[in-house]
Write a protein that binds this ligand. Sequence first.
Ligand code: HAM
Length: 440
Amino acid sequence: MALITNAPRGTQDVLPADSYKWQYIERTALDIASKFGFREIRTPVFEHTELFARGVGETTDVVQKEMYTFNDKGGRSVTMRPEGTAGVCRSVIERGLVNDALPLKTSYVVSCFRYEKPQMGRLREFHQFGVEAFGAASPSADAEVILLAKSVIDALGIPDTRLEINSIGCPECRKKYQLALVEYFSSRTQSLCETCNGRLSKNPMRILDCKSPVCKEIASGAPKILDFICPDCAEHFDGLKRRLDAVGVNYTVNPDIVRGLDYYNRTVFEFITDKLGSQSAICGGGRYDGLLESLGGPKLPALGFAMGLERLVMLMERCECPFPEPETCDLYIGSSGDAAAVEALKLAYKLREEGFKVECDVVGRSVKAQMKYCDKIGAKFSVIIGDNELQSGIVEVKDMKKSEKEETTLASLVDYIYNKLIAQSIEGIADSFDENFLIG
Ligand code: HAM
């Protein structure tokens, strides 16, 4: 029975006290994406299992070990999305979205599910903000997508992240590379984990991002893909570097980035932090020019990235990045007696229509208890209505911060509160000006 009141392992609740942080990050990310011309797409939480098996790749950790797959009541195998890209590609193909203006640029905020060993920054249900662009083959598209990710990180005020880029070439350059990998790993099969032994014949590149420490150690000495890429891929990579240099974006070329999903080709990149222990990637992405076609769609280049929202929230908290304060109640309308409760409800409804954040008593508590609640929620102003106020039409409004009371009429309450809130926000701006420029 205790199970009922325990969240499943590897999942997290976002509580009301924290949800404003999430809303802020999601809004900021989607706003910046829209400045780059990306518009939001929403796809189902679950898809046919085959989509991920083919899209993400049969030999990836995600498909081999981590998918939440089950048969629905109709006997179809479905999978909770482990990432956002495959579902977006499916939708793009099915809905014919690439028949409109190209490049097609999409953004999303999604929940993802991977049956991983939970630890700090690694969950079984997590959330991603991501973008996917279709129909752009130039290195300018790679640069724009990287700049978009950087703009989000900068706008959130996250310090000290590192951009690492690599090129993993095209299927042609990878043929030679895979031979070199097979040669290297073949003499070390006894130390490799069982899964990697299986990968050696099917997809040796997957050994390079195995999470087992022993495989990692062996992989660190393996040949590097950058030494094998063809002239076209090398030119594309140079084009990207020239663009990042021109904009003044710092990056390092990390030949060890291969990414954990099979669909990538050419550019891959990650934004890394040193402040989250081993879960150091806050963003990962790259080009996947062959994916649409391999899923039965048109032959169109594509690319994108995704950021882990849990990691962003955690990192921002650690770095004490400012989150805009959540807005609190403008006016609390307390009441004494049934007639006043009716009036309070009516007034609150009217004031909300005027754009104010207003609460009134919905419990039927004593005035004292109502004022306690009003204090707890941090209301800016309060007013109590009783029989006297109803008869006279005059009320006392309390400025909760200054603990000052002033009389006004019920009829002019809207204008009164409006003027007071404006005055309060001007005082707030003046105070923060004093703090930032005169005192601090
Ligand atoms: P990914 O590297 O698997 O790429 O995930 C992207 C980001 O999601 C990671 O950098 C990390 O911040 C976060 N993340 C991944 N797994 C977890 C987890 N178990 N718990 C918490 N956060 C996690 C993709 O998913 C690709 N679809 C990205 C992409 C889009 N590539 C092209 N377009």
